[in-house]
Design a protein around this ligand. Structure first.
Ligand code: GRG
Length: 289
């Protein structure tokens, strides 16, 4: 499993889209001035790399018939929300990480206060991009804004992170380890992938009956992605420490509870189910590989 190779079977198509996306990110970041230069610099730095998986997913689901400018703008908004969440995830009170995307994290470079402010600023700007989308019907624009505000909040990333860090209370009604793990992965990781897929379906004008299949695709992909992410972390840890692959990595993940073989099997089963949902929705899985 190599997450960084997720779309390299189509390097030209992906690279072309990512080039356009990066130009559009630069354009939107230039709109932040006259905000304080240090804050803008922190935002630029945080947004300067990444696999751009969620934007590419949006682009693939939206298809060629969708308005290319709206797709790019919405893709930037999604990447801003994703980046904002990573900045927060890396903070000393959370994962306390010094490296992200192979470079020093935002708080490591600019301090914790500026990192928090950068994250809030990116979230705010993502909503304002979606509010300003041209050439759409009002209902479409409202739906896209609702997707963004939903995914960042109480039914999305914020909720997933709280449960991941502090666990479930009785009132949260979780029934066992698998339920806890699946719910955390859905909120923390799946929600943003689903948001990209749903936004793509809106911009591509996909029929309502296809949307539930596309949602299943996003959900399966989210679960598979988080399991793969945990496997990759474990493999890089075991490469660094020389320990074997069944070590407990500290959190209640699918990998920690069921072991690497079962995690790999589950990941493959989820990806097969995701493929099936895509085909059901009338899309070809190949470009997504
Ligand atoms: C500020 C919106 C907001 C939320 C705060 C911190 C937090 C709550 C949520 C973060 C949850 C989190 C870190 C989920 C993990 C998601 C994940 C697997 C990220 C890695 O995605 P990649 O591999 O990263 O696509 P790149 O760097 O390539 O973009």
């Amino acid at each position: 499993i190599d997450k960084s190779n997720a779309a390299t079977r189509h390097p030209d198509a992906q690279a072309g889209f990512v080039r356009q996306l990066d130009l559009r990110i630069t354009h939107h970041l230039s709109q932040l001035s006259p905000a304080p230069a240090r804050l803008v610099e922190a935002a630029r730095d945080a947004m300067s790399s990444g696999k751009r998986l969620r934007p590419y997913l949006l682009h693939l689901v939206a298809g060629d018939a969708a308005d290319g400018d709206a797709v790019l703008d919405m893709a930037v908004a999604l990447e801003m929300v994703h980046t904002a969440s990573l900045i927060v995830d890396d903070l000393p009170s959370m994962d306390n990480a010094l490296l992200r995307r192979g470079r020093p994290t935002t708080h490591a470079q600019f301090g914790e206060a500026t990192a928090i402010l950068t994250s809030i600023g990116l979230l705010n700007h993502a909503i304002s991009i979606a509010n300003g989308l041209d050439g759409l019907e009002d209902g479409q624009r409202r739906a896209l804004v609702a997707i963004l505000s939903g995914v960042m909040g109480w039914q999305g990333l914020v909720a997933g992170q709280e449960l991941d860090l502090n666990g479930f209370s009785d009132a949260d009604g979780a029934s066992g380890a698998l339920d806890r793990i699946t719910r955390i992965n859905a909120l923390k990781t799946g929600a943003l992938l689903c948001a990209a897929v749903e936004a793509g379906a809106i911009l591509g004008g996909q029929a309502d009956d296809k949307r539930s299949l596309l949602r299943r695709f996003g959900e399966d992909l989210g679960q598979a992605f988080q399991i793969a992410d945990d496997l990759i972390d474990m493999l890089s840890d075991s490469a660094a420490t020389g320990k074997d692959c069944h070590q407990d990595i500290g959190k209640e993940t699918y990998l920690a509870v069921y072991g690497a073989d079962e995690a790999l099997r589950r990941c493959r089963a989820l990806l097969a189910s995701a493929d099936e949902a895509l085909v059901g929705a009338g899309l070809t899985p190949d470009p997504f590989r």
